[in-house]
Ligand binder design. Structure first.
Ligand SMILES: Cc1cc2nc3c(=O)[nH]c(=O)nc-3n(C[C@H](O)[C@H](O)[C@H](O)COP(=O)(O)OP(=O)(O)OC[C@H]3O[C@@H](n4cnc5c(N)ncnc54)[C@H](O)[C@@H]3O)c2cc1C
Ligand code: FES
Length: 266
């Protein structure tokens, strides 16, 4: 695994792609180590907010040395990031986390399910499974993305990689309801599911995987502090009790954020 580095990255572009949703491109050598489902920590310059903010990698170009992240303005840290303009520099820590086990997709019917701000990391995953290095090609890719309303950010890009179904809470696009309602409405079958989104959605995804006899790998975007395994601020419960420590805890930041849903107490 590549060593984690804190490094200054240059902002090369930033755009608003939906209300309160930003699309940020960074030039950084860390791009060469990026994989779908991994994340970076971004340090706000305001020193009263000390901890890096974890944000998933939405895309990367290893040749150009660029990372793309898509984030929602949630509080003071992300509000500061939204002010960055091309030419500004920002400290980032990475590359963090394990990423999606793309090897499990080889030759399989893959279903990718995202909700809300869990949508962005799945774009890099879909691209990798469709165009990647060859060995990870999925047999076919179906995607279901859930949004609040008609601001279906990144949807047009997902369509490049497979069949996309949309669910919206207000019913303005696609299925009215959540992503599982859309899966049921469209009778979607799969061998392997990759998912990222809020915890209630991930519980639904794990249950749906059981219903259709699929394996599910889910990314938990819970709260984090240090991001590097030191503070135990991001523990989740697993079914496997560690034989040395006798506890069934895993650190989302270093053991995850992606887990086999069968291994978790959800
Ligand atoms: C592994 C990982 C990957 C992530 N990837 C993305 C991403 O790609 N895009 C994106 O927009 N966000 C992502 N997040 C969430 C993001 O880290 C938080 O929104 C961000 O840290 C908030 O920082 P802030 O200073 O703006 O807000 P704060 O002032 O710290 O918090 C503002 C509000 O956001 C809530 N919040 C803070 N952290 C989280 C969190 N982890 N999940 C849900 N709510 C939170 C707080 O409860 C509070 O209500 C990810 C989180 C993790 C752990
Ligand atoms: S955030 Fe500190 S151990 Fe995970």
């Amino acid at each position: 695994m590549a060593k984690k580095k804190k490094i200054a990255a240059e902002v090369i572009a930033q755009d608003v792609i939906a209300e309160g949703i930003m699309d940020l491109r960074l030039k950084t050598d860390l791009a060469e180590d990026a994989n779908p489902g991994q994340f970076i920590g971004i340090y706000p310059k305001n020193k009263s907010t000390l901890l890096p903010r974890p944000i998933s990698i939405c895309g990367y170009d290893k040749n150009e040395g660029t990372l793309r992240i898509v984030y929602r303005i949630a509080g003071s840290g992300t509000a500061e990031f939204a002010l960055y303009r091309p030419g500004n520099h920002v400290d980032i820590l990475g590359i963090l986390g394990n990423g999606f086990p793309t090897d499990k997709a080889q030759g399989k019917r893959v279903l990718i399910i995202g909700g809300g701000i869990g949508v962005p990391p799945l774009l890099g995953l879909a691209k990798e499974l469709k165009e990647g290095l060859g060995e990870n090609f999925a047999e076919d890719i179906t995607m279901v993305m859930g949004y609040r309303n008609s601001e279906t950010f990144l949807a047009d890009e997902f369509r490049n990689y497979g069949n996309l179904f949309i669910a919206t809470e207000d019913g303005s696009v696609g299925t009215k309801g959540n992503v599982i309602d859309a899966c049921r409405e469209n009778k979607i079958e799969a061998d392997v599911i990759f998912s990222c989104g809020p915890m209630p959605m991930l519980r639904g995804v794990a249950a749906y995987a059981k219903e259709i006899s699929a394996k599910a790998y889910i990314s938990l975007e819970e709260r984090m502090a240090c991001g590097v395994g030191a503070c135990l601020g991001c523990i989740c419960k697993t079914k496997n009790v560690d034989e040395h420590s006798h506890v069934n805890n895993a650190r989302i930041c270093t053991d995850g954020p992606v887990f086999d849903a069968d291994d978790l107490e959800l």
